[in-house]
Design a protein around this ligand. Structure first.
Ligand SMILES: C[S@@+](CC[C@H](N)C(=O)[O-])C[C@H]1O[C@@H](n2cnc3c(N)ncnc32)[C@H](O)[C@@H]1O
Length: 380
């Protein structure tokens, strides 16, 4: 019998010794902390969507009526949001704290601007807000899928998750992609003299765009299963003046070879960033990518930095990856295929196993320092 009701019958209270009572209290405290963090993140998401942080950054200290007018929202909501954000330490109060609530002014501290508003700063963490929202919105569908053994398609997580992922990974692409490629001097030299790059599982295209901007003579072909991501990536590339050498198409990475043939290309470098673990047929994808490479072409896979083996309790990075797996990556892959559904936690040994099964000769961890990702150079 399962229920989502809060009126479940009480269990007989267990006898707890002192250590268990401490563990009980620590768990209760932990859940309260999680509630606080989650709720505040949703208030940040509300502010993000309404452009409230941007308005404050552009206009300086505002009272609730001024914010309401500038952002086009109701004054009563503006007042409550401003008070809550200041109570949470996200905004600073300007002038006397005991001023009448409607007259009180609030400002966005300078130090918070990169984290909340600069999409290419390495400290940017605004993606966390839409990511949490996208996962939360999918919970009812998840419960059904868990019972049925079915999946929840990528598009069901909406623009929240799509943009959350894009926003989370974009600063790394914008600021670090040149360095990542330089960890493979031969590949870097090739890209500097013009080359073709295949970006499989490109999402909303930030990786392809960053590669094209870092290496002005390359041509990039991004493919992704999600049609909306591809449309957004295409619009971004055009906006950035890259439409002539950055192309996006809807496609399955397991059909990369057909895609390359259709476009008359062979890739000197294939790039799969945080997408291999999502693919329903990862060995097929790696094999097809191999056929889309030039004979000496190289594959660069970046995927989650998780431990070599299952551990419990795990560190924060692995915990966040597992949470994504339960809420998003595993169900999205289950919607694509039920044959291989790895989930987010892609261990190094699995990458090696898949690459070998796909016919590659070697897999090397490039040793690039990154909190979330491990970078594998895979040679034929
Ligand atoms: C976590 S997102 C990463 C997107 C992008 N690489 C980035 O870092 O922003 C994973 C992406 O893989 C795509 N994907 C999943 N299965 C795929 C497949 N079989 N072929 C191509 N793309 C796939 C999803 O649509 C999604 O855009």
């Amino acid at each position: 019998m399962t229920s989502s009701s809060t009126a479940e019958p009480r269990l007989d209270p267990p006898e707890l010794d002192a250590a268990e009572q401490e563990a009980r209290d620590a768990l209760a405290e932990r859940l309260f902390g999680a509630l606080l963090g989650g709720m505040e993140l949703l208030t940040i998401e509300t502010g993000r969507r309404l452009g409230l942080y941007r308005t404050l950054a552009e206009m300086g200290a505002l009272n609730s009526a001024e914010l309401a007018t500038a952002a086009g929202i109701a004054e009563r909501y503006a007042r409550e949001w401003l008070e809550q954000q200041a109570a949470a330490g996200l905004l600073a109060v300007h002038g006397p704290m005991d001023a009448d609530a409607p007259a009180r002014r609030y400002a966005l501290p300078q130090a918070y601007i990169p984290v909340l508003l600069d999409g290419e700063d390495l400290s940017h963490m605004m993606g966390a807000a839409p990511m949490l929202t996208g996962c939360a919105l999918a919970v009812p569908a998840l419960v059904d899928a868990y019972r049925a053994g079915s999946g929840v398609p990528y598009e069901a997580y909406g623009e929240e998750l799509r943009h959350g992922i894009g926003s989370f990974n974009r600063p790394g692409f914008a600021k670090m992609i040149g360095e990542w490629i330089d960890a493979m001097p031969d590949v870097s030299a090739r890209l500097r003299s013009g080359a073709v790059v295949l970006d499989a599982g490109c999402g909303t295209g930030w990786s392809s765009i960053a590669l094209a901007e870092a290496f002005p003579d390359i041509e990039v072909h991004g493919i992704d299963l999600d049609a909306t991501s591809v449309a957004e990536a295409t619009a971004l590339a055009t906006e950035r003046g890259l439409g002539d050498r950055v192309h996006f198409s809807v496609g399955n990475a397991a059909e990369s070879h057909d895609h390359a043939r259709e476009h008359g290309i062979s890739a000197d470098l294939a790039f799969v960033f945080e997408a291999l673990h999502d693919m329903g047929n990862p060995v097929g994808a790696l094999a097809s990518i191999r056929s889309a490479l030039t004979p000496d072409g190289v594959l660069l896979v970046a995927d989650e930095r998780v431990s070599d083996e299952f551990i419990s309790p795990a560190g924060e990075v692995e915990r966040v990856q597992y949470a994504f797996s339960v809420l998003h990556c595993l169900p999205a892959t289950m919607a694509e295929s039920t044959s291989v559904a790895n989930g987010t936690v892609l261990r190094a040994s699995t990458v090696r196993e898949w690459a070998t099964a796909a016919g590659y000769g070697s897999v090397a961890d490039l040793g690039i320092e990154h909190d979330f990702f491990r970078f594998y150079r895979i040679d034929q």
